[in-house]
Design a protein. Structure first.
Length: 264
């Protein structure tokens, strides 16, 4: 793991990639949120139904129910910091169906996207059937390609998940115990680095494992009910010396799987 520094101490910013792929699950319903490609990629959400009838929506009032959602041409990521995300109207514009998934983009002089500070995607799950349903869903690490020096993007990856307006931030376990006696990493700036401009934002919830970010089980959804989800990903931290360069060549694949079943 390399040392994290926040924005006011950085000397330069390097682009690294978050990538992804599609996996399958042998259960009643599944959805996949994928980050594909190094500089050009795709973000997808797909859904299959059997004995329950759920659908995916990008807009809560949409009548165009679908089992597949896609955002194409996903650029590489640059490092960013939680404070700047928090300053975007207190997350209200991020957890919003009307804001662009590329609202965190950087542009060149011709207004072409060159990289992303963060990526966000908002969508809805709706029960359009006649039965109350339950579903489990998890955010998974499908692939972790390390840099030549052995470092991984998981060290600085942050995944923020909004469920109907409430959010949690998840991060990789630290290598040393924190002051509370566990291995949670700071969401952003550590207590030692914190000041009035960059306050300590607490500790991130731990990734479940090196393969699973987190899992939500037994989510209930009534007939006609909508559940809104926003997933935000970024690479947290800034370097303060030339030796602490980004892990060149490192990539990760992330996917979200949702498995639905009848409510008992």
């Amino acid at each position: 793991m390399y040392r994290l520094e926040y924005v006011k101490k950085r000397k330069r910013r390097k682009r690294v990639a978050i990538v992804g792929g599609i996996s399958t699950v042998v259960v009643a319903t599944f959805a996949i949120v994928a980050f594909l490609g190094r500089f050009v990629g795709t973000f997808t959400v797909s859904l299959e139904t059997r004995n329950v009838d759920l659908t995916l929506l990008e807009k809560k009032d949409s009548t165009a129910h679908t089992s597949f959602l896609r955002v194409s041409d996903l650029p590489a990521f640059q490092e960013y910091t939680y404070k700047y995300l928090k300053d975007i109207d207190g997350f209200e514009n991020i957890d919003n169906e009307d804001s662009s998934s590329f609202m965190g983009a950087n542009y060149d002089s011709s207004q072409q996207i060159t990289s992303l500070n963060f990526f966000k995607y908002t969508y809805y799950v709706k029960n359009v059937g006649s039965k109350k349903a339950k579903y489990d869903w998890s955010v998974n690490v499908l692939e972790d390609v390390k840099a030549k020096d052995g470092r991984s993007l998981l060290d600085t990856l942050r995944v923020m998940i909004f469920v109907d307006g409430e959010h949690k931030v998840y991060g990789q376990a630290a290598t040393e115990l924190n002051d509370e006696g566990d291995y949670r990493s700071p969401v952003s700036v550590s207590k030692e680095q914190a000041d009035d401009n960059f306050p300590f934002e607490g500790y991130a919830y731990l990734f479940t494992s090196s393969k699973v970010i987190t899992t939500f089980q037994g989510q209930e959804i009534n007939v006609g009910e909508l559940k809104r989800y926003t997933i935000v990903t970024w690479l947290e931290g800034f370097r303060s010396s030339d030796e602490e360069f980004a892990p060149r060549g490192a990539k990760i694949k992330l996917g979200v799987e949702i498995n639905a079943y009848e409510n008992e």
